[in-house]
Write a protein that binds this ligand. Sequence first.
Ligand SMILES: C[S@@+](CC[C@H](N)C(=O)[O-])C[C@H]1O[C@@H](n2cnc3c(N)ncnc32)[C@H](O)[C@@H]1O
Length: 218
Amino acid sequence: MTGPGPDDDGPGPTEWTAGAPEVGVGPWEGPWPTDPHYDPELLEHGDRRNVVDRYRYWRREAVVADLDTRRHPFHVAIENLRHDANIGTIVRTANAFLAAAVHVVGRRRWNRRGAMVTDRYQHIVHHPDVDDLVTWARGESLVVVAVDNGPGAEPLESTRLPRACVLLFGQEGTGLSAEAVAGADLVVSIAQFGSTRSINAGVAAGIAMHAWIREHAT
Ligand SMILES: C[S@@+](CC[C@H](N)C(=O)[O-])C[C@H]1O[C@@H](n2cnc3c(N)ncnc32)[C@H](O)[C@@H]1O
């Protein structure tokens, strides 16, 4: 490994540059732009971050502020009872689909590796338990949609997802806790046809988020 451990707050994988091909753009050529959303450090040294071209050379705070003007009204939540390695993947996908925020329920620490630094542009909120998440969601008039394949779940493929909602996922092995299913307004499952009991939580989150996008953002 060429960078810090996954739980460190230091540079993430896309900034572990040893041996990796360069991405992004080099130092700004010509007179520097004066708009305050540009970062002098990036203008001087180049911008090798994993961001879309629109945000090249922008300060991180400016990127977050711009994203905040366009975020979608769905939130994503994941139970983190045993340090689930999928949370990073879920944060990255939530960033790509512009979720309002990601909520980590249970343990505060989570494995950042799969986030590929997207956590720096995403609002991440910690809740000590499901009760806290559900109370917060009620206060925000958000429908809590548990995503799991237990008994009584409605098929995601034929269910209308609420526009303002929290998509709540369980973790590998245990799946959603009984408290999470009890606290949800709706439980949806993703159809499977093979022999495995379930799909990876990060993959399930991507499918469910994209279902919301297909219904509300296209
Ligand atoms: C690997 S699953 C484990 C639990 C699962 N209930 C079981 O029977 O084994 C981890 C999480 O991924 C999501 N997930 C996996 N497969 C799913 C499916 N077919 N439908 C909905 N969610 C799923 C759920 O959020 C679930 O809590």
